[in-house]
Design a protein around this ligand. Structure first.
Ligand code: ZN
Length: 715
């Protein structure tokens, strides 16, 4: 072999230098990869500074020299093998060879930090590699559900990411599919017994009754029908809906006890489905109440070979690694337990903050150890749930970049890749941005708090988003801007800063940070304008556009301004714990987070009398806001009434409403009820009746409903 290499090197030395040649095999993939390589090498005239020949795809040279290296490839792995003059680029699967092309470009100094941030090196002294590089991915499937890989094919391919198009091609149905296979709208009325039994009644909006043989038949019939329309799809999800309401009928409970709990019952059901479709993979969810592998079974059960287990650490904190955090012992156990039962595991992990896409979310330090942990426990398919394919969100540039690199190789040198990103992307401003992220991470760790994917800035107010630290971040941004050499870098800094704007607005609004209404409003308006300019569509998982967010925040500011300060408020019945600490007359309104500055009543009528002073005063209006968020069982009252009185005996009704509760589960809203008084009053009486029970369309139908209000605003 050594001799052959020597001969080839001698031959190669006769190739004219000064212009690199790119040749390929004649398959479509290799031709495309070669064209892509030529396109990039031509940038800045770099191809003139390279000498030699690049052989792309399955070429004679590859077979002659590098057959043993080809043998070592798996999944969509690739190789870059050459002697400095003749180089082979080759990879497996649809895109492996293309990956080799981009990997070579990276070795030459090219970078694609974001779809708009391509760095093309431009200098002489380039050389083709003299090395034998073989790279295989740690995970066969690598998706991060983010904007970039779905809106830029170049970005997805450069960073070896799968995207929604890949997923839709492979997957016939994807997660939470009980509701699609056996929709309640179609089956509930005729077959309530197919649905989960909870507290003596069959739930429309729960799970399926997995011991019901008739339902199994119908589900398989519908699945076969759907499969016949998508024969190319190889993986089909048959999986629980997104709630905890497993069936508690007697036969299901008996299966639970035989198979070691609801996960065992689910597997018993799924294995039966999988047996009908031996040439497909049936995927199911280890999620929430089915997250743990079955244990203490009387009858042993494990997933059939063509069953895929999708395991979701949704509950995990993001402040520390799942592999070592004392808080994550239970998920750790589940991961190891599942790893013993099957090697067909898909991990659905979470890497962003859902409730508030723009909250600074310092989780970069846990990405690497988490991916190492998954890889070490036999996970083959990796899905990193980010903010969705159409949402532009905070820290997306850096986080998406790091995730892509880590999913390919969780053992890479994270620090040097981050340094490279910051230097290349922010130029001279890199140290300031890096310092902000590092400070947040250190402060979060020191605070001992969890970093929750459903969190708010206020959760970090005594830690990584404390007022002193926020001030330091602002100063760091100022110095970053002062050294930014061009508008491209200034735009990237501004994009980064938007997360600080959001935190500032929220912290000022919740009183965790000092700021006048004018300061809050100015920061808010500046943020909204730039969010819109960057094309941001929504601020949180459940919707809310920047304009809608601004509207609500301006309403919040407005209702605190110019209101009277009442003397005293007496409730007939006290609010319900734990939402009983805020005051309705402190002129502190609540933001779009019912946990902060809101008062809740669970099933009870809110009845309160407010004393304005020792004598009647001129009153223009009385208004109250009510929170609407059925996901957390919070509904508008069925009736709101307001009365005024000068003496506490004679009352005058100034407003009464009977609001509708729309059937919207998960988009929070705030509704205002304002009565014009235009007269005098010493006392104000407000009454708000909750719904008698949670309505039938909701999965908690029949339970007590919450009402939430934040302030009785008297002007
Ligand atoms: Zn049942």
């Amino acid at each position: 072999m050594k001799q052959i290499v020597l001969v080839c090197m001698l031959l190669a030395s006769f190739v004219a230098s000064g212009q690199v040649k790119v040749i390929s095999d004649n398959t479509e993939g290799a031709i495309r990869a070669a064209a892509e390589l030529r396109r990039f090498l031509a940038m800045n005239g770099n191809d003139r500074h390279l000498a030699g020949t690049i052989h792309v795809g399955d070429t004679p040279l590859l077979r002659a020299r590098y057959a043993p290296q080809v043998e070592r490839l798996k999944d969509d792995g690739f190789l870059i093998c050459g002697d400095g003059r003749e180089v082979c680029l080759y990879g497996l699967g649809e895109r492996g060879t293309l990956y080799a092309v981009y990997a070579l470009l990276e070795r030459l100094g090219y970078r694609l930090y974001t779809p708009d941030a391509l760095v093309v090196p431009g200098h002489a002294g380039f050389a083709l590699p003299n090395s034998e590089l073989v790279e295989n991915p740690a995970f066969a499937y690598r998706e991060t559900l983010y904007y970039y890989p779905n809106h830029s094919e170049l970005y997805a391919n450069w960073h070896r990411l799968h995207n929604r198009a890949d997923l839709h091609r492979q997957w016939g149905m994807f997660v939470h599919t009980f509701q699609h296979l056996i929709p309640e709208s179609r089956y509930y009325d005729a077959h309530p017994e197919w649905f989960s039994m909870r507290e003596g009644r069959r739930d429309r909006d729960g799970q399926l009754c997995l011991s019901n043989g008739e339902m199994l038949e119908e589900l398989c019939r519908r699945l076969a029908d759907t499969m016949s329309r998508r024969p190319e799809a190889t993986i089909w999800s048959v999986s629980n809906n997104d709630n905890y309401n497993a069936c508690q009928c007697a036969p299901c409970l008996r299966l639970d006890s035989l198979y070691g709990g609801p996960t065992g019952t689910l597997l018993h059901f799924i294995n039966q489905v999988a047996a009908r479709f031996p040439d497909k993979t049936i995927s199911t969810l280890a999620y929430q109440y089915t997250r743990s592998a079955p244990n203490n079974q009387i009858v042993p059960i494990k997933p059939a070979p063509n069953v895929n287990i999708m395991l979701c650490p949704i509950e995990a904190g993001r402040e520390a690694s799942i592999a070592t955090s004392p808080r994550e012992a239970s998920f750790r156990k589940d991961m190891v337990d599942w790893g013993r039962l099957t090697d067909n595991i898909f991990i659905w992990d979470y890497v962003v903050q859902f409730r508030n896409f723009w909250n600074p979310f310092p989780n970069l330090h846990v990405l690497q150890p988490n991916l190492q942990f998954f890889r070490n426990n036999g996970v083959r398919l990796m899905f990193e749930q980010a903010t969705g394919q159409d949402n532009i969100t905070s820290w997306m540039d850096i986080r998406c970049y790091m995730l892509a690199k880590l999913m390919w190789n969780p053992d890479m040198d994270m620090d040097s890749v981050m340094d490279d990103f910051f230097r290349g992307y922010y130029g001279p401003a890199a140290p300031m941005v890096r310092r902000i992220i590092d400070t947040m991470t250190a402060a979060l760790t020191a605070s001992g708090r969890t970093l929750n994917i459903y969190g708010y800035p206020v959760d970090g107010a005594d830690g990584y988003l404390s007022p002193q630290r926020m001030l330091r971040y602002d100063l760091a941004m100022q110095s970053a801007n002062s050294v930014a050499p061009d508008s491209a870098i200034r735009e990237r800094l501004r994009y980064f800063e938007l997360a600080l704007d959001f935190a500032t607005v929220e912290l000022m609004a919740t009183g965790k940070m000092k700021g006048t209404p004018e300061q809050l409003t100015a920061r808010l308006r500046r943020m909204t304008a730039d969010l819109n300019r960057f094309g941001v569509a929504q601020m949180m998982e459940m919707g809310i556009s920047p304009d809608e967010y601004q509207r609500q925040m301006l309403h919040f500011v407005e209702k605190q301004q110019g209101s009277l300060k009442p003397k005293r408020l007496i409730y007939k019945d006290e609010p319900s714990a734990p939402y009983n600490t805020a005051s309705l007359i402190d002129r502190r309104a609540g933001i779009m987070d019912y946990r902060t500055d809101w008062v809740g009543f669970w099933g009870d009528t809110l009845k309160a009398v407010l004393t304005l002073g020792s004598a009647p005063v001129e009153v223009q209006s009385v208004s109250m806001d009510f929170f609407f968020y059925p996901l957390s069982w919070i509904f508008l009252p069925q009736r709101v009434a307001m009365d005024v009185s000068d003496d506490g005996r004679q009352w005058r009704r100034v407003g009464e409403w009977h609001p509708e509760n729309p059937e919207i589960l998960a988009t929070p809203d705030i509704k205002t009820f304002r009565a014009e008084v235009k007269g005098t009053a010493r006392y104000i009486r407000v009454v708000a009746d909750p719904l008698p029970e949670i309505p039938a369309w909701h999965r908690a139908a029949g339970q007590k409903a919450w009402i939430f209000t934040d302030e009785i605003v008297v002007k």
